[in-house]
Design a protein around this ligand. Structure first.
Ligand code: SAH
Length: 253
């Protein structure tokens, strides 16, 4: 028996700037196969589109419920864990995990937080700025000489691992994660929106104290994001850091 539970609703698939509507449809189909329903499309090139509907087969309900967003930030609203997927490693050292670990982590987190699994453009993948909004990156091992998967195939592999991780939960785990008592005990990680506000505040303060000149040191903020994303701050911790930033700004005036 499969135990998907209501927490699968806390896991969303975000596709960025997809060129081929057929890929959106194919992704919707595999999502529905794997028990996921929430699809977010950031500036899709053509949507809605008959090719998407044709490729979705019986999953056109996911397409009609899909949320079309005008920015990546909008697609991440309410998310506390953001996992990006990428075919290649980047200059900035980001933490990479495999699809299996990503499935397990997503299922664990879905008990108390919203999770985004993010897929990039067919040709160019995710931009460095988009990677900066991800806590970890998922890489699916492939032939090094031919490493780039079709985006819907990547969605298939990652969502299969999500399904496997849900299946691995016992009935006890399901009762536990669905009980509101446990929810109350879970310390809340900061949401993507609140992390963005923190980064804006941090950048503003670093400029105020003449530590940062954006043009001269374009890599500083991405590096700082990387540090904080690795740690994954709780909301209470963000409040403390913002308190320090407020005080620093007041002293500088
Ligand atoms: N050159 C691009 C390839 C884009 S392929 C890049 O470096 O990422 C389109 C999308 O499919 C990617 O953005 C990613 O979301 C997914 N994808 C393709 N191959 C993948 C792989 N080996 N591991 C993880 N995701 C992959």
């Amino acid at each position: 028996m499969t135990y998907l539970g209501k927490n699968s609703n806390n896991i969303r698939i975000v596709m960025i700037n997809t060129s081929h509507p057929g890929n959106i449809g194919a992704a919707a189909r595999v999502m529905k196969n794997m028990g996921l329903t929430r699809l977010y499309l950031v500036n899709p090139k053509q949507f809605p589109n008959y090719e998407a509907t044709a490729m979705a087969s019986g999953a056109d309900d996911l397409l009609s419920q899909a949320k079309v967003c005008t920015s990546f930030e909008e697609a991440l609203e309410g998310c506390h864990l953001v996992l990006g997927t990428t075919a290649r490693e980047r200059k900035i050292q980001h933490e990479f995990i495999g699809a299996r670990e990503a499935g397990e982590l997503s299922v664990d987190e879905s008990a108390s937080h919203e999770v985004a699994l993010v897929f990039g453009r067919e040709r160019t993948g995710l931009t460095n700025d988009e990677i900066g909004l991800c806590h970890k990156l998922i890489n699916i091992p492939t032939n090094p000489d031919y490493s780039s998967l079709n985006v819907a195939s990547a969605v298939q592999i990652v969502t299969y691992e999500v399904m496997m991780a849900f299946q691995a939960l016992t009935i006890d785990d399901h009762q536990k994660v669905q009980s509101s008592e446990v929810e109350a005990e879970v310390e809340k990680f900061a949401s993507s929106e609140n992390m963005e506000r923190f980064y804006e505040h941090l950048q503003e303060t670093l400029i105020d104290i003449d530590f940062l000149r954006v043009k001269q040191s374009p890599q500083l903020m991405p590096k700082l994001r990387h540090i904080y994303n690795r740690v994954r701050l709780k909301q209470e911790e963000v409040n403390i850091l913002r308190g320090i930033l407020n005080k620093t700004q007041r002293l500088k005036k």
